[in-house]
Design a protein around this ligand. Sequence first.
Ligand SMILES: Nc1nc2c(ncn2[C@@H]2O[C@H](COP(=O)(O)OP(=O)(O)OP(=O)(O)O)[C@@H](O)[C@H]2O)c(=O)[nH]1
Ligand SMILES: [Mg+2]
Length: 340
Amino acid sequence: MTVNNQVTAVGIGSAGVKIVSLLSRRSLLIDRYVYVSCDDGDFSTVDSKDTILVDSPIDQKLTPASVRGLALGSTSRVRDALEGSDVVFIVAGLGGATGSGLAPMVASIAQGCGSTAVGVAVMPFEFEKKMKFYAGVSLRRFRSASKGVVVVDNDTLMRSSPEDTTLANLYDTANKAVVKALGSLLSKATENTKPLGLNKLLGAVVQDGYSLLGVSSSGAADKAEDALAGAVVSIGKLAEAREAGHAVVSLNADESLSAQEVGLAVGRLGSIMDNKSIDVEYAVDYTGAAQLQVSLLASGFKSTKYDDYDPLAKVLGDRCLDDEMDMALPGGLEALPSFD
Ligand SMILES: Nc1nc2c(ncn2[C@@H]2O[C@H](COP(=O)(O)OP(=O)(O)OP(=O)(O)O)[C@@H](O)[C@H]2O)c(=O)[nH]1
Ligand SMILES: [Mg+2]
């Protein structure tokens, strides 16, 4: 008898809740959906039985650290919601207070429950300069609290430049792209697909370093190779493409995409990425359009452009700040001395 893995997706903060609620409308390898936020406005499109609202004072500006403090009272609810999951995908936009503060915390709760925690971090648009510091700090913590982190750059998801559109349209376009890409990596088998499957996805993502998601599309004569090259370019903006040790390619097209074209393009990926020893897995979904959409997940990046978002970590290296007003307990709250 085979027992299916229980897979849970958790959306945290405004971006995380939105993206996970869009994923929940598709038929994917996800059994349970959970939503966590400090803002009940984020829950307008989701089922209230799946939500965990972290109570927060209305008159205070939240920071990632204050949200984590407020969420201490909700940890047992989070633990109950994750109990029994083999794999937990934790999705959050980083750079604000809620997602940045809670994504690493929920990842460590998931790991503590015996699940494999995989983070999906959506990074700020280039114009959101003020968000970069919290995003950089949180990404590093998210990585160390999880088995693997998939980084999605909001700028990568956009085709047109942000100046020509409103923020709502921008999010809408970015969400369609990210849901299409994540959905293609987590799709179930149907007669029109050769899906990837959870094991191959985790095989790529659960590596040292970060996984980066690149997306591209093409309607050219050699569309598979053209789109793959475009996806490699989008990854090249975030890190050195040749550093990747593993790659997962998902192609979404119509029946005009020949098996030979797929095989040749996937076979050429190593040379496009300047790393012939890269390990490549792929999935094909024939329910798309003539314009081929490619999602490329490349893994094993030790350094990315996001290292620069947190200059403090770069300066400190392995040392940590010793601020006289700062107090930390070596083993967390359980290490508190008793006062009786
Ligand atoms: N792709 C995408 N990104 C979003 C969306 N909403 C916000 N973001 C981005 O996600 C990052 C974090 O923003 P939010 O999700 O609004 O922040 P939050 O986690 O709710 O935190 P606070 O509201 O500050 O407590 C920022 O870089 C935003 O640009 C969305 O719907 N889609
Ligand atoms: Mg918010």
